[in-house]
Every structure is written in C-alpha cells, then in structure tokens.
Design a protein around this ligand. Structure first.
Ligand code: AMP
Length: 213
C-alpha cells in the first residue's frame, strides 16, 4: 500500500506505520528518523537540520524534498510505502504530487489521525525512543523490560531532544500552523480518510476497511 500518515506529533503515526509494514511489506519512511540518523552521524544534512529540529521547528522544504526525491526511488519502495511525518507543509505536498506524477505512481489514500491535544501532550512527555533502531516506548504504558534498554536491539532508550515541554509545545504550534492545512489539501484531492481514534488498532481497522472498499 502507498499511504501518507498525517497527524500531530504523538498522534501515533510511527506506531501505526510499524504495524502496517507487517501487513504487506510496505516500508515505513520517516523523515524524522532519517534526519535524526543524519544528526547522530554528523553528516552535512545532519548539521543543516540539527538546530531547527532541536527547537521543534521544521527543516527547510528544499532539504526535505532532496531527501524524499532520492528515498522514493529506492528498491524497497516497490512493495509500497507509508510516509510518516512527510509531507508537513503545503509546498512539500505540492512537490510530492509532481514527484509521484513523474514516477507514474499514485497514493492509495491519506490517513489523518486525529487525537485530542491533552492525549498528545501526555504521550509526548512520557514517550521514550531507542536511539539505535527508533522503537518507541512509553514510561507509563509500555516501558522497555529493562530500564533504558531497547527490547528489540539493546540500544539506549532515551527521551528525544525535542521532547522537552518547550519544544513539544512549539512542535504542536508548528503543526497547527503549517501541517494541519494539509487535511484540507488532501480532502480537495479526494484522498482524505480522517480517523478519530486514540488506539492504533482502531486506526488500522479503519485503514483496512478503506483499502477494501
Ligand atoms: P518527527 O520525528 O516526524 O516528529 O520529526 C522530528 C523533527 O524533524 C521535526 O520536528 C522537524 O524538525 C524535522 N522534520 C521531520 N520531517 C520533516 C518534514 N517533512 N519537514 C520539515 N521538517 C521535518
């Protein structure tokens, strides 16, 4: 399947994407994961992105389109892809439309995961992430078996730099201003599926029903 997962930080895009990859071999593409890996490796891309990421601001559209233009051409995308955290602005959505048209590809749909702000704030402040493999944990509802250590790969499970209260609040403001308008954009394109759900399983069920219809 070829989907965009839209939703505020903490809406569950990454969790839903990971569950969907198990269904048909589609690959999860998270621009946030790609950027964090670049920052950790100290590459040119990482250096350009680091300050904006730490503050919870968006990285430039040009940088993101450069990454995605390359990424979508990789072989593993042939089985389908779940775009997690991209596009995040109207210019990115416009550029993606051109990119896909040039590649002769069409998305199945755009899933907008709508979760109340209080739930999101609570989730983000308690979220922990493996800095090696990106596996997501929650100190309250889903802690790693051994504190600070990833169950999957043994890597360090930490709080992300941009998951301080200040950066979270900025990320949510940036989301409302720059990314939330994408719901209207994709509604006009006739591709939007909005799911009001706080459980990943309910989101998966809604996506399955949509793809089967
Ligand atoms: P995420 O893991 O998706 O929450 O992304 C973490 C951070 O990476 C964001 O707060 C942005 O600074 C940056 N980022 C990720 N994806 C994008 C994107 N599509 N456009 C601009 N910045 C992005």
């Amino acid at each position: 399947m070829k989907l965009i997962l839209l939703g505020a930080p903490g809406a569950g895009k990454g969790t839903v994407a990971k569950l969907l990859t198990k269904m048909d071999g589609s690959v999860q593409i998270s621009t946030g994961d790609i950027l964090r890996a670049a920052v950790a490796a100290g590459t040119e891309l990482g250096k350009k992105a680091e300050a904006a990421m730490k503050a919870g601001d968006l990285v430039s559209d040009d940088l993101i389109m450069g990454i995605m233009g390359e990424r979508l051409k990789e072989d593993d995308c042939k089985a389908g892809y779940l775009l997690d955290g991209f596009p995040r602005t109207i210019p990115q959505a416009e550029a993606l439309k051109v990119l896909l048209a040039n590649m002769g590809e069409e998305l199945d749909c755009v899933v907008n995961i709508d979760v109340p702000r209080e739930v999101i704030l609570d989730r983000l402040t308690t979220r922990r992430t493996c800095s090696d493999c990106g596996e997501i944990y929650n100190v309250k509802s889903n802690p790693p078996k051994e504190e600070g250590k990833c169950d999957k790969c043994g890597g360090p499970v930490v709080q992300r730099d941009d998951e301080t209260e200040e950066a979270i609040s900025n990320r949510l403001d940036v989301y409302n201003e720059k990314t939330a308008p994408l719901a209207g954009f994709y509604e006009n394109e006739g591709m939007l599926l909005t799911v009001d759900a706080t459980s990943s399983d309910a989101v998966i069920d809604a996506i399955k029903a949509k793809l089967a219809s």
